[in-house]
Design a protein. Sequence first.
Length: 365
Amino acid sequence: MVKKILFLSTLPPPHYGASIMSEICLEILQKSKNFQVRNIKLNYSKSMNDVGKINLSKFKGFFKVMKQISNSFKEFSPDFIYFAPATKGFGLIRDFLFVQKIKKYGVPFVFHIHSRLFKGRKNKLMYQKMFKGEKAIILGKELLDDVEEFFKKEDINFLPNAIKNQISEREFKKLIEEKKKRPNLNLLFLSNMNESKGWPKLLEACEILNKKLDFTCNFVGEFPSKWEKERFYESAKEKNLGRRVNYLGKKTGKDKRKIFEQSDIFIFPTEYPFETFGVVIIESMMFGIPVIANGIATIPSIISDNETGFVLKKNSPEEISEKILQLSKRETRENFSEKSRKRFLEKYELGNYQKNLLKIIGSLF
């Protein structure tokens, strides 16, 4: 029997980990013969600069979504709700109100939680009311402490993120051969350019490496504010990194792929308090790029330490520069690259994720 799903989540644009993964989940469920899906997009941010802020467009969007929810129950009559909630700030308040409206209809939920829970008193009360008696999907066992207070153990399911493989084995081998011809090392930081994602620490690591290594470090992503962008340029200038560091802006699609193809090492020294998974890590692994990343959230289970990359313990500029120096040796880097690509195909390619998502959803209702 075909089940009807009302799917509520943030979706691109803007492009960030949670919205990208929600789009992937939506496409998987829409293609399944076992489900009929109606989708409601929750977010009205036009860019990363809008995220977390209130404006007229979002205010109008809130009432538009409320109306879409009412119409969905009149016209569609869903069997259950797939909801990917915001877990902090105005997004959490918005989603709490949407959930309370839906709960009046008595239809069960599965909450696909892509971010950390912030257990301040007000947030905790909202989580308790939202999640009581419902089921959850989380990204890994490392995040169990976040949710076990609000869901029964038997109602929690684990599903690490995944992406579609975009590069064939033939293309991968050609890419490796092309990299052998390049004389200098290309480092990459790709994320939202929020300071908590770690770009200041990488700049400090670049300063340490400046006279030790021939390298270029490319920074890719959108700054949340003009002030932070200015701070980046000032910091690079103070550290005398003008010829080493490039800010390339936000990149998507073919432009983003080209950057991955030209990169040798990906560095992700994130200290973002709501970090969960880091989709960009598995994007890098897909292209066989060794990853150096801070060991928080699910990151230690994604990277095979000292095989596909390095899990940072101190997340200091000194430790980052030390790991980059280790991977600057071509033989070491190529060995890591092969293992990184293999690990991606075995654990984080979309085919397995699709099967597991459908299996979890199918077993819940």
